[in-house]
Design a protein around this ligand. Structure first.
Ligand SMILES: [Mg+2]
Ligand SMILES: [Zn+2]
Length: 235
């Protein structure tokens, strides 16, 4: 059985974008808006070195809402992998949900099992990577991430500052992250020191082989495969 650290994407791995036309803060809609947050490559590389699977689990309802195409998402994910490679960091899997119950695109307008707070993306990854979910972690910046992690039985770390509104919501919905951190790098340090103390000071081992061609699972909504070509989204 393997251990994984699940990462939400927007706001954890890459910056959120302020979309002026619509006045909303959301995922990047075009590839040029995609930008890694500082320290993310090093944090993921640290997890790679210690043997954790590092798996992105992300809601991308912008596909259902016609904000961007699957092809754009695929190119964004290829860019993400390329930029991480510069820090010798590798994502073992990228699972995404393109659905939204009120999406404009009828192909993706549905209530599904993969949109967080449902734990579908994590469950699917658990099968593909033989994960013991009780020994896995989820790092996310919204309560729906934390809910998905809790439902899958993982420990959870919420990124961000505690705000009263968040506290109230957490009480109302009985969502409690196991810890709160300011960035992915902080979250990784916290996970290792609090729950994996034997590993926190471990001398980094050899990096995993790149481009092993390992198959990254998924179904209709979430299929992702890393091969020689980079990331192929097979949805
Ligand atoms: Mg997020
Ligand atoms: Zn879905």
């Amino acid at each position: 059985m393997n251990k994984a650290v699940f990462l939400d994407r927007d706001g954890v791995v890459n910056r959120l974008i302020y979309h002026q036309e619509s006045g909303i803060i959301d995922s990047p809609f075009v590839v040029s808006q995609f930008q890694l947050l500082p320290g993310v490559g090093e944090a993921i590389s640290r997890l790679n070195t210690l043997g954790y699977k590092v798996i992105v689990v992300t809601n991308q309802p912008g596909i259902a809402k016609n904000h961007f195409s699957l092809d754009t998402l695929q190119r964004m994910h290829r860019l993400m992998q390329d930029e991480l490679k510069a820090s010798r960091a590798v994502l073992d899997g990228i699972y995404y949900c393109p659905h939204h119950p009120e999406g404009e695109n009828p192909a993706y307008r549905m209530v599904c099992q993969c949109r967080k707070p449902a734990p579908g993306l994590l469950m699917r990854a658990a099968q593909d990577f033989h994960l013991n979910l009780a020994e896995c972690y989820l790092v996310g910046d919204s309560l729906t991430d934390i809910q998905a992690g809790q439902r899958a039985g993982c420990r959870t770390v919420l990124l961000g500052k505690m705000k009263c509104e968040v506290c109230n919501l957490m009480d109302e919905q009985r969502v409690k992250p196991d810890a709160i951190a300011g960035s992915l790098a902080e979250a990784v340090t916290l996970i290792l020191t609090r729950w994996e103390p034997a590993r926190a000071n471990e001398v980094p081992g050899p990096l995993p082989a790149q481009d092993s061609g390992a198959s990254l699972g998924g179904s209709l909504c979430l299929r992702s495969k890393v091969g020689d070509q980079g990331v192929d989204l097979l949805a």
